[in-house]
Design a protein around this ligand. Structure first.
Ligand SMILES: [Zn+2]
Length: 460
């Protein structure tokens, strides 16, 4: 299967740039790639050059080991001979992998279709996913002919967010209340949002206190019910882990397995998949690269940084949550948490929000799971933080679920950092810390086009 991942915000930006460039309606862009068992996925990285010499731009992209991507934008499909000449240009530039993408405006809709050059062979593009606002994922139109009237009429069935399948999602009226809420009072709109929510491939990294609640709430909201809700943790349940959704009999079981079984039992979710492993495991990294959205519920900076890099490389929506009790500088105990949402194509990822120390974090990431466990057990956690509390995490987890729905509704159009704390007179307050964006003066190594953004497997 040949597919492309082009974050919605980057597509919007590209169309604006093309419009500004006036008569020129083709942009030379850079892409990374991901190889999977069933095919090739190209990942949009950013524009190469709009205007100037196409030949020179293509050559410079190929010389840097990246995949060239020609994006056409117009009100009609480009003529076949023009497409052929672009494929010829890709080949002339020495590219064995690249693509031509047509973005065509039809009525209110934007239709994507394309051709992929893979190992010198030209093949049609099968799927396009647009992570970010609306989270569209759609089978694309064949480029060699415009869609017929019949197909245009039936398009609503193929388009991921429009109509159809709602009966399936609203199983036994389970989500009828949620439907109206997420549809802003419109039942069909709510059904569209819930359908896409069910089709998502969501991944939850870490099944500690925050992670178990996150998995449970995602499951109760039907997230990934028809796609997947994958969770990973390599630890076993210990007595201090109880107090959330796990029963006492779960002590000694792998956390991922226990959280998966309980969440599935409570919610009736059909696609929860546990992985008893952490980020050091290649299967975990592979499954995250397959996902539409990653939730990180981890308690260490290095896992958070590695997750942010993965999301930036593969164009995945990243939701990072943390919370509990912490010491302030004056050793007071403070209650609160964070929800950070990084949208591909928007400035700011969790790595630059965290202001992470790369050299240290990378060193720790290369530790084996045993070493990491020894390091954790050797730590006297109560000196660093006074503890954790499910009831503090509940509002944080609830906000993270609502943030995901805002992305699906198309309302969330930039990365955000929401900070939760107890303020004056110990009253709970949410603050928008996104104003701190961008977090560094230098371009971020994870999310800038000069960094790892959109590289996919390239350069690994
Ligand atoms: Zn960043």
């Amino acid at each position: 299967m040949l597919s492309i991942r082009l974050p919605r915000l980057e597509l919007d930006d590209l169309l604006v740039q093309l419009e500004r460039a006036g008569r020129r309606s083709v942009a030379v862009c850079e892409a990374g790639e991901r190889r999977t068992a069933d095919g090739l996925q190209l990942i949009y990285r950013g524009p190469g050059a709009i205007g100037g010499s196409m030949e020179r731009s293509l050559e410079s992209i190929v010389a840097r080991g990246l995949r060239p991507l020609l994006v056409w934008w117009g009100r009609d499909f480009p003529p076949a001979r023009v497409v052929q000449s672009w494929v010829g240009d890709l080949e002339l530039a020495g590219s064995r992998r690249g693509a031509v993408l047509a973005v065509v405006e039809q009525d209110e809709d934007v239709v994507i279709s394309g051709l992929v050059l893979d190992k010198g062979k030209v093949q049609p593009l099968d799927w396009a996913s647009l992570p970010g606002p609306g989270m569209l994922r759609s089978r694309v139109w064949p480029l060699w002919r415009p869609p017929s009237e019949d197909e245009l009429g039936g398009r609503s069935q193929q388009r991921p967010v429009a109509g159809g399948g709602a009966g399936e999602v609203a199983r036994e009226g389970r989500w009828s209340r949620l439907q109206m809420a997420v549809g802003d009072g419109s039942m069909p709109r709510g059904q569209e949002v819930l359908k896409r929510a069910a089709e998502l491939r969501a991944f939850v990294l870490g099944c500690g206190r925050a992670g178990e609640l996150m998995v449970w709430r995602l499951a109760e909201n039907g997230i990934g019910d028809q796609g997947a809700l994958v969770l990973a943790d390599s630890d076993l349940v210990d007595a201090p882990n109880l107090g959330g959704i796990l029963p006492a009999r779960a002590v000694g079981m792998p956390k991922a397995q226990a959280v998966s079984a309980i969440s599935a039992g409570l919610s009736g979710h059909r696609s929860i998949i546990p992985m008893i492993a952490d980020l050091g495991n290649r299967a975990v990294v592979g499954a995250i690269a397959e996902s539409d959205v990653l939730f990180t519920c981890v308690d260490n900076a290095e896992a958070r940084l590695a997750a942010a890099i993965l999301c930036s490389r593969y164009g995945i929506v990243h939701v990072d949550i943390a919370g509990g009790a912490a010491y302030t500088q004056s050793r007071r105990v403070a209650i609160g948490g964070e929800v950070r949402v990084a949208l591909p194509g928007s400035s700011g990822c969790v790595a630059c929000m965290e202001n992470a120390d790369w050299s240290q974090a990378v060193g720790r990431l290369s530790m084996s799971a045993d070493e990491q466990r020894r390091r954790r057990t050797g730590q006297r956690w109560w000196e660093q933080r006074p503890g954790s509390w499910h009831d503090v995490l509940l509002p944080v987890v609830g906000e993270a679920v609502q943030e995901l729905f805002r992305v699906l509704q198309g309302k969330r159009r930039r990365s955000v950092w929401l900070h939760y704390a107890h303020g004056n007179e110990d009253l709970p307050v949410w603050e928008d810390w996104s104003r701190r964006l961008p977090f560094r003066s230098a371009p971020c190594r994870a999310c800038s086009q000069d960094g790892l953004r959109g590289l996919g497997d390239l350069g690994l």
